[in-house]
Write a protein that binds this ligand. Structure first.
Ligand code: ZN
Length: 334
């Protein structure tokens, strides 16, 4: 099979041939039909992830079809349409797993970082990493929902925001353009925040009720003007961007930083004390959270905007994503 892989930290993404993997006990093999290109693929590309081994195939927004089933697998069959997201494996035995917090598993394997991911024609995954793709969803459109989608959807539903509350989504890229649609569909008064006016029309098309151009207006002031946000999903991997919206939280408002900047964020404690604001750590979701996201998207007719690339163009797709030069999500179609 063809894969797009990284041979060592910082090396270019290159096409190579590998044997098609066989599913182990409890695993299935997925014939990949689409894989989204996420900013967190940077961990596989650059190697700044504890214990990562090379060569490594990135990709954790994988959608496809089961084409082989290992021993001891029930409930899943050849031909089933499935997705595999960031959370690729948990052990069921550590303390977080015993408490049902699989996402916090001490032995978690992240797809495309700890195991080979979806920049490939095939991958193997344990059945507990599989989300079932509803019939209504196109495979290419399902792919971005498996990280960008579940990250935003799950953060929104874990927050205390309720219908009618104000939700702000900062950044209108891969995560943000889904976050706005989820927030609007969930009955939240939705504020989209981006830089410049280029994405203004897009924001309203996605269902935003307000648009804030962060180059023209202080986004925290703009949020306070509409009443203060109950939840802010910050999707830009920029500390400065995250710091700029914190003051826009209303009473008991919660900030979920979903983009991962390289550098720490600076927080003035009085800003947190005022309105009893908080910042919440949040990591995408489990396979069932992904499936909930797919089902909600199918039910609400929410689709990502995608730009497709062939597997051979994986390096180009990655570079374009890193440059912020993709409308919506880049998706590899092998
Ligand atoms: Zn991701």
């Amino acid at each position: 099979m063809r894969v797009a892989e990284v041979d060592r930290p910082g090396a270019p993404i290159e096409i190579s041939d590998r044997p098609v993997p066989e599913p182990a006990d409890g695993q299935v093999r997925v014939a990949v039909e689409a894989c989204g290109v996420c900013h967190s693929d940077v961990f596989a590309k650059e190697g700044n992830w504890p214990g990562i081994e090379y060569p490594r195939v990135p990709g954790h927004e994988v959608a496809g079809r089961i084409d082989a089933v290992g021993a001891d697998v029930s409930g899943w069959a050849v031909g089933d349409r499935v997705g595999v997201g960031w959370h690729g494996e948990h052990c069921f035995e550590c303390e977080p797993c015993r408490r049902g917090e699989f996402i916090d598993c001490e032995h978690e394997a992240v797809t495309g970082i700890d195991t080979d991911g979806g920049y490939a024609e095939y991958l193997t995954a344990p059945t507990h990493a599989l989300a079932r793709i509803p019939d209504e969803l196109d495979t290419v459109e399902a792919a971005p929902l498996l990280c960008a989608g579940v990250s935003t959807f799950n953060a929104l539903r874990k927050s205390d925001a309720r219908p009618g509350d104000i939700a702000a989504v900062q950044g209108l890229g891969g995560l943000g353009h889904l976050g706005v649609q989820f927030a609007a569909a969930a009955g939240l008064e939705t504020v989209a925040i981006s830089r410049g006016t280029e994405k203004r029309d897009l924001a309203f098309d996605l269902g935003a009720d307000h648009y804030v151009d962060a180059t023209a207006t202080d986004p925290a002031d703009a949020l306070q003007e509409v009443g203060g946000a109950a939840v802010i999903l910050s999707t830009a991997p920029s500390s400065e961007a995250i710091e700029s919206v914190l003051g826009g939280l209303g009473i008991d408002g919660q900030l979920y930083p979903l983009g991962v900047p390289d550098e720490p964020i600076g927080v003035e404690i009085p800003t947190l004390i005022t309105n009893q604001r908080s910042i919440h750590g949040h990591s995408s979701g489990t396979a069932r959270d992904s499936q909930d996201t797919l089902e909600f998207a199918a039910h609400q007719s929410i689709t990502p905007t995608v730009e497709t690339f062939s597997l051979e163009d994986a390096a180009t797709a990655y570079d374009r994503m890193m440059d912020g030069d993709v409308t919506g999500r880049a998706v590899l179609v092998p």
